[in-house]
Write a protein that binds this ligand. Structure first.
Ligand code: F6R
Length: 607
């Protein structure tokens, strides 16, 4: 997961940049770099490998203004030329996130004579700012104008050798905060990088741009409106993860999803196609003759597997079974050495999932893949192939960003297997990749529904039961919504495929049973609508998460929230977000311990 550190001070800031990068090492990275202004020149150092190597290279470098970056790019060989900062003329830029329109920018800027020396989307930002400076010489105004042309998610920091002492930072979608002190001002991706110099933090909002000098900080919106942001005194111990503006880790982690997805999908880079190698060097060979996929996981991770089953069978045409790990490990099953066994786990240490993986191997099923958020974990170490989601540390017991990043990883697996089985045209592949790349922005728009969801939550406070309905690939999303609600608000919740209602659960429906329905505009919507009428006819109160273009009108007892974008196959990744927010706000209304619900632990390393 990429990290940014920037510093403008009255003293040599190179040690601050290096220490900051070291503090961000926990996020994972494979290359690092920094740029400073010295003697009217940009001096840039980049290295593949540990920050310690960059530190050694920078041992004699001194400067009062600089920017630094750690990058994690397993797409292709991590290389010095792809490492940040990227330079264009007098300026240098570091960036986190994904720029969606980088190809059109690259074409436009190449036509103007800019020469690209890396494969990154970031380099187009550098050239775009340089090009803007030709007509708008002030760096702040030029960065502001350039950012308005960027589509996607970003946090950036920019320096200009002809305007020394100034750093311009901006964010839209990726995290960025400022650190203020008497001797200098700083910016970073998270507070832990800046605790070495200050505890006074200012959390930038999406759409903010700021200028830092050693003496002052100025913040505006990207549209030019001046804005004030409160200073927050960090209570963070150097080892912990900062809550920032959020009340709970769960809320923070829900809102980190655009960034977590961008980081996870960074592996695809700017490419139009996906190679099996993203799952490990052996993947092409190992996936070549599989005839079945068996997914093993627990809880939320099992729900991501259940969602993926719809994708794998429909798009890749491969049969797929999803089994709760605690069942599989003790069941007498029929082994199949040609099947791919996928273990999904946030922690990588869940005892049941690890035991199920070992059990699968003990039956001679050696084609194993871990989809996991912790690179050094046991499940990763013991699997032949691996995909590391880059959700970052998940502290809240209720899993949120781990789930959506698992879904992104499983969709990549679907595309790779579909390709190997000749079920995916180049055009389809490229369209799906574009959709994946746009996900962080699409999730951001869903997060903007929080206020409406907060109001709905009030109506759940006195309820003891709730029913979640979904169909097709949104049925596992309904299951995930029910799990979230029960684990943090202690409201008993069940999920059903909507078609099953009349086979039993309809008997439960009355005015005291809220029914939450995931209702995207897909082939099953008309059928779902009839199921919803069955609920309404029995006096059930309906809460429907629809797409903007789903024609379900609100009426007495039928509450509708419309998600801004219709998202086709990837729609489950968007539709789970309002369900996470709903359970979070219901838990707040009920006053439960959101981050540490009773009787539950984050990492279930015992049986
Ligand atoms: C629910 C939740 C649990 C975990 C489960 C598996 O919010 O967090 O259901 O998903 O305990 O944990 P991992 O993914 O670490 O294997």
């Amino acid at each position: 997961m990429c990290g940014i550190v920037a510093a403008a001070a009255q003293y040599n800031i190179v040690p601050v940049l290096i220490e900051g990068l070291m503090r961000l090492e926990y996020r994972g990275y494979d290359s690092a770099g920094l740029a400073i202004i010295g003697d009217g020149q940009i001096e840039r150092l980049r290295s593949v490998g540990r920050v310690a190597e960059l530190a050694a290279a920078a041992a004699t470098t001194t400067a009062i203004t600089g920017i630094a970056h750690t990058r994690w790019a397993t797409h292709g060989v991590p290389s010095e030329r792809n490492a940040h900062p990227h330079v264009s003329g007098a300026i240098a830029v570091v960036h986190n996130g994904i720029i969606e329109n980088y190809e059109s920018l690259r074409r436009e800027l190449s036509a103007q004579g800019y020469v690209f020396t890396s494969d990154t989307d970031t380099e187009s930002i550098a050239h775009l700012i340089e090009a803007t400076l030709q007509t708008e010489p002030d760096l702040f105004n030029a960065v502001q104008r350039a950012c308005r042309r960027l589509v996607g998610a970003f946090a950036i920091a920019v320096i200009d050798r002809s305007q020394p002492g100034r750093i311009i930072v901006a964010r839209e979608g990726s995290p960025l905060l400022l650190g203020l002190s008497e001797n200098g001002n700083y910016a970073a991706s998270d507070a832990s990088a800046l605790l070495q110099v200050t505890r006074n933090m200012v959390y930038l909002e999406n759409g903010d741009i700021a200028e830092l000098t050693a003496a002052a900080v100025r913040i505006e919106r990207l549209d030019g409106t001046p804005v004030e942001r409160p200073v927050h005194v960090s209570q963070l111990s150097a080892a912990a993860v900062e809550l920032g503006n959020y009340q709970h880790y769960m809320q923070k982690e829900i809102f980190e999803q655009p960034d977590a997805l961008a980081n996870t999908l960074e592996i695809v880079g700017g490419s139009k196609s996906i190679q099996p190698g993203i799952f490990g060097a052996e993947a092409a060979h190992l996936l070549a003759d599989i005839d079945h996929i068996l997914i093993l996981a627990c809880g939320t991770s099992a729900h991501s597997g259940l969602t993926a089953r719809y994708w794998l069978e429909a798009l890749a045409g491969i049969p797929c079974t999803v089994e709760v790990a605690s069942e599989y490990r003790y069941r007498i099953s029929v082994p199949n050495p040609r099947q791919l066994v996928v273990a999904i786990s946030q922690s990588g240490e869940t005892a049941d999932t690890l035991a199920a993986l070992r059990h699968a191997k003990s039956l001679g099923q050696m084609k194993t893949l871990a989809i996991c958020n912790v690179p050094e974990s046991a499940i990763v170490r013991e699997s032949a192939l691996r995909f590391i989601t880059r959700a970052g540390p998940e502290i809240g017991v209720a899993s949120t960003k781990a789930f959506t990043t698992q879904l992104a990883a499983l969709f990549l697996l679907t595309l790779v297997v579909a390709k190997i089985r000749n079920r995916l045209s180049a055009e389809q592949e490229s369209n799906y990749i574009d959709q994946l790349r746009h996900l962080p922005v699409a999730v951001n728009k869903v997060l903007a529904l929080e206020d409406d969801i907060r109001q709905w939550a009030q109506r759940f406070a006195d309820k003891h039961h709730a029913l979640f309905l979904g169909r097709g690939r949104h049925y596992p999303i309904a299951m995930e919504g029910a799990l979230k609600l029960k684990e943090i608000s202690y409201i008993h919740a069940e999920a059903y495929p909507a078609g099953e209602l009349k086979h039993g659960p309809l008997a439960l429906v009355d005015a005291n049973m809220p029914v939450i329905s995931v209702a995207p505009r897909d082939d099953l919507l008309e059928k779902l609508k009839s199921n919803l009428q069955e609920v309404r006819a029995r006096g059930g109160e309906l809460y429907v998460f629809a797409d903007g273009d789903s024609e379900i009108p609100a009426s007495e007892g039928v509450h509708i929230l419309r998600l801004p974008e219709h998202y086709g196959e990837l729609s489950p990744i968007l539709h789970v977000v309002p369900l996470q927010l709903l359970s979070y706000h219901v838990a707040l209304v009920k006053g439960t311990d959101v981050d540490k619900p009773r009787n539950l632990a984050k990492s279930v390393t015992v049986e």
